[in-house]
Design a protein around this ligand. Structure first.
Ligand SMILES: Nc1nc2c(ncn2[C@@H]2O[C@H](COP(=O)(O)OP(=O)(O)OP(=O)(O)O)[C@@H](O)[C@H]2O)c(=O)[nH]1
Ligand SMILES: [Mg+2]
Length: 253
């Protein structure tokens, strides 16, 4: 089993991509299951095989601890760490090649609190991959784009597993903007040049940031993708294959 964790800022497209990539896998004859790890979600655009809401309910936590939704989300995220054995047992009922995890809305709940790390370690780092979703609306300027890559690098630094960066919702941006983002995503030197064009008190900081991004880019793919048109799904699949099997297709193993 390969575990793919879809992470990213709120609204970046995690749930939609979990569902559509699962659908894409099925249509192409690959064995995958979607798993919901977001206790607060009301409506999911796919039918999860395993759903954390079997164990944890945001509404109940809000009532029981008299908390608002944000405080309750934190309690739920920490409770998730306590249910990792149950999750592992439920996963043991399946024989899927790919387990696609949809994670909670706010990135920090999974990437920076303890639950994400505990789950990844319990299920096995060796078989795990982070897909970091970049919402194009948060990445239209060089500094915004670089900030998204920094978030991605921070998540990888914390969770210590391979990562692919996925630019989502490309059906919603014009071709010109997409071309620019592709250049930035594939070539940190170009991004650096753009950052340096704007006069800033923080050029030393930009240099440091680009050093981190260069280091990440050296072993990370950057995949533009749409969960609406399915453009890029094959590239996502290929980069997963590349990480785990050096490019060889699973079917041929
Ligand atoms: N056009 C288009 N819309 C998308 C795409 N991916 C996601 N969306 C839309 O973007 C919105 C947010 O997508 P979600 O999948 O709910 O994002 P999320 O990261 O799971 O959001 P939270 O869990 O609430 O933080 C929804 O309205 C989706 O339908 C895409 O590739 N194309
Ligand atoms: Mg979601």
């Amino acid at each position: 089993m390969i575990y793919i964790y879809f992470i990213g800022t709120a609204g970046s497209g995690k749930s939609r991509l979990t569902g559509s990539f699962n659908e894409w896998c099925k249509r192409n004859g690959y064995d995958s299951i979607p798993v919901n790890l977001d206790p607060g979600v009301k409506k999911i655009p796919y039918a999860p095989e395993i759903d954390v809401r079997e164990w944890i309910s945001l509404d109940e936590v809000m009532k029981e601890y008299d908390l608002g939704p944000n405080g309750a989300q934190i309690v739920c995220a920490d409770m998730l760490a306590l249910n990792v054995k149950e999750l592992e047992e439920r996963l043991g009922e399946y024989r899927a090649d790919y387990v696609l995890f949809d994670t909670p809305g706010q990135l920090e709940l999974f990437a920076f609190r303890s639950a994400g790390k505990i789950i990844i370690e319990q299920l096995g780092k060796k078989n795990s991959l982070l897909a970091f979703l970049i919402d194009p609306s948060l990445a239209t300027t060089p500094s915004n784009f670089a900030s998204q890559l920094m978030l991605s690098a921070t998540a990888q630094f914390r969770l210590e597993v391979p990562l692919v960066n996925v630019l989502t919702k490309i059906d919603m941006i014009d071709k010109e903007m997409l071309d620019i983002m592709m250049k930035w995503g594939k070539n940190p030197d170009l991004l650096y040049e753009e950052l340096m064009k704007a006069p800033s008190l923080y050029s030393r900081l930009s240099e440091g940031i680009i050093t981190v991004i260069r280091e990440m880019e050296a072993h990370t793919s950057f995949i533009p993708l749409s969960a609406e048109t399915w453009e890029g799904m094959e590239d996502l699949y290929a980069s997963i294959q590349n990480i785990f099997y050096g490019g060889e297709d699973l079917e041929r193993k």
